[in-house]
Write a protein that binds this ligand. Structure first.
Ligand code: NAD
Length: 261
């Protein structure tokens, strides 16, 4: 039994992985020996260069496949083009903040399409290959907002709760097979996007950096520390290890105590 995942010969598809947490997970799984497929909706040289960089650093095969996950057919094409997918990480996500009676319908539809519908499509498309191979790991990126709510985030909270529900269903449908499905629920993670919000928050509340982080951004995170991309990626790698074989249908919080409140 290994506590560290040995993933040589396995292929991981990580959606929404040209930045942030997804890129960190792709790097961590490549570090365990997995071949990786990166994805986002863009098709720029730098997207493909990220894959080439991982291939060089980790000595694995890495590819980038463009697919817009707001479109169901594209989500299914992504899995088809990926070929054998042993590890599916559904990570792509966006946010929009507005009161429900002012929430733009188009934003609602897009958030649900990217963050909930695409998880259905990629999972449905990848499962037959996992069954044929006799091994599979499905890791869905939910959030502390998959377990609790905040005002003005109706679409995000609904999608993330939905992902937790879908994770449980997939786990039950695969319970007697060597396939697991779990959701990771991070609180605030220090990503470039979060880092970019700090100056605005300081300005808006007239606070220094430390106070803006502690009292505003991390108001609900009892540890008063961000989780790191590497810590979230480490949980994903753990879920691929032998030690996690009986961990299925559950949520793993990486939230500094947020959901213990
Ligand atoms: P990010 O913006 O760096 O990453 C989001 C990824 O999704 C990017 O690669 C982006 O290109 C991709 N994406 C967006 N729309 C897409 C589309 N239509 N098709 C394909 N890809 C698309 O943000 P992140 O913080 O790394 O977020 C990654 C995941 O983690 C998201 O699901 C997010 O909800 C979740 N999460 C983040 C935090 C946090 O504090 N950063 C906390 C909890 C959960």
């Amino acid at each position: 039994m290994t506590h560290t995942a040995q993933l040589t010969g396995k292929t991981a598809l990580v959606t929404g992985s040209n930045s942030g947490i997804g890129l960190g997970i792709a790097r961590a799984l490549a570090g365990c020996g997995a071949n990786v497929i990166l994805n986002s909706f863009t098709d720029r040289d730098e997207d493909h260069a990220l894959a080439a960089g991982i291939a060089q650093d980790a000595g694995v095969e890495a590819r980038y496949i463009q697919a817009d996950l707001s479109v169901g057919a594209d989500a299914r094409r992504l899995v088809e083009q990926a070929g054998q997918v042993d590890i599916l990480v559904n990570n792509a996500g966006i946010q929009h903040v507005a009161p429900i009676d002012e929430f733009p319908v188009e934003r609602w539809d897009t958030i649900i399409a990217i963050m909930l519908n695409s998880v259905f499509h990629t999972t449905a498309a990848a499962l037959p290959g996992m069954r044929a191979a006799g091994w599979g790991r499905i890791i869905n990126m939910s959030s502390a907002h998959g377990l609790t709510a905040s005002p003005f985030k109706s679409a995000y909270v609904s999608a993330k709760h939905g992902v937790v529900g879908m994770t449980k269903v997939v786990a039950l449908e695969t319970a007697q097979e060597p396939i697991t499905a779990n959701a990771i629920c991070p609180g605030y993670v220090m990503t470039p996007l979060v880092e970019a919000q700090i100056p605005d928050t300081m300005k808006q509340y007239g606070l220094d950096r430390e106070t803006a982080i502690r009292d505003v951004i991390l108001a609900r995170q009892p540890s008063k520390q961000f989780a790191s991309i590497e810590q979230v990626a480490g949980i994903a790698a753990f879920l691929c290890s032998d030690a996690a074989e009986q961990v299925t249908g559950t949520t793993l919080s990486v939230d500094g105590g947020w959901t213990a409140l």
